[in-house]
Design a protein around this ligand. Structure first.
Ligand code: DX5
Ligand code: ZN
Length: 223
């Protein structure tokens, strides 16, 4: 399975988003992670569909749109139309999770579930076979630049084991506090999609960091 790196533009320079996207594209990013926050589900506000559609015109990389909103039912068609390629929703916000996930797939997008640190894996049991990816939050959603919650590693290992037992090959995405320094154990645990915001954009030389991340992940692709 190809290991993917998804820089989160939440940590980019908002007045130069186009340059930031170009910079990470040149350095080998696979996806652009876009955090949608509504000020209700999480105590922060970020981007709307217009930003997503503006980004879509400027990049050929798939847009990995992470919906941290109270009402995914309404947001799914809006962000799909705007140009999201991947859409993840939180089960903490979805009353009809099966309906919302199948809706994303009917729109021709990759469907993912994002789990808060305290949300148990079991919430996905009866929908897991429909998922294109699973996003494990390793911080409480709402802000970039928080510290990685170590317990997430144990959760990922449990998830990996469960997927193997079920014969499911669903990529695990990690989001929150990911840096070049803490990626290797996560690769060993079975993560194959790495979201990183501050770990890339807030560094002195983001391109160099991303290249180093790429070197590291490529070692795990071969084995
Ligand atoms: C947090 C967001 C993350 C955030 C990660 O609510 O879902 O995607 O951008 O930022 P860092 O990598 O700085 O923790
Ligand atoms: Zn995110």
């Amino acid at each position: 399975m190809k290991i993917q790196i998804a820089p989160s533009i939440l940590a980019a320079d908002f007045l130069n988003i186009e340059d930031s996207v170009q910079m990470v594209t040149e350095a080998g990013a696979d996806l652009i992670h876009v955090d949608i926050m509504d000020g209700h589900f999480v105590p922060n506000l970020t981007f709307g569909p217009q930003l997503v559609s503006a980004l879509k015109k400027k990049t050929t990389l798939p847009l990995d749109v992470h919906l941290m909103v109270d009402n995914p039912h309404d947001a799914i068609p809006q962000f799909s139309e705007a140009g999201a390629d991947w859409l993840s929703i939180h089960p903490e916000t979805s009353i009809h999770l099966h309906k919302d996930i199948t809706h994303i797939k009917e729109l021709g997008k990759k469907a993912g579930i994002a789990l808060n640190p305290a949300t148990p894996l079991q919430v996905m049991n009866d929908i897991i076979h429909e998922l294109d990816y699973i996003l494990i939050m390793s911080v409480n959603p709402g802000f970039g630049g928080q510290s990685f919650i170590e317990h997430s590693r144990e959760k990922i290992r449990r998830l990996k084991k469960y997927l193997e037992m079920q014969n499911l090959n669903i990529p695990i995405e990690i989001d929150g506090g990911v840096t070049l320094e803490n990626m290797e154990p996560l690769l060993q645990d079975g993560v194959s999609i790495f979201v990183s915001g501050s770990g890339i954009f807030k560094q002195k030389d983001p391109q160099n960091i991303l290249k180093k991340m790429r070197d590291l992940t490529s070692r795990y692709e071969i084995s």
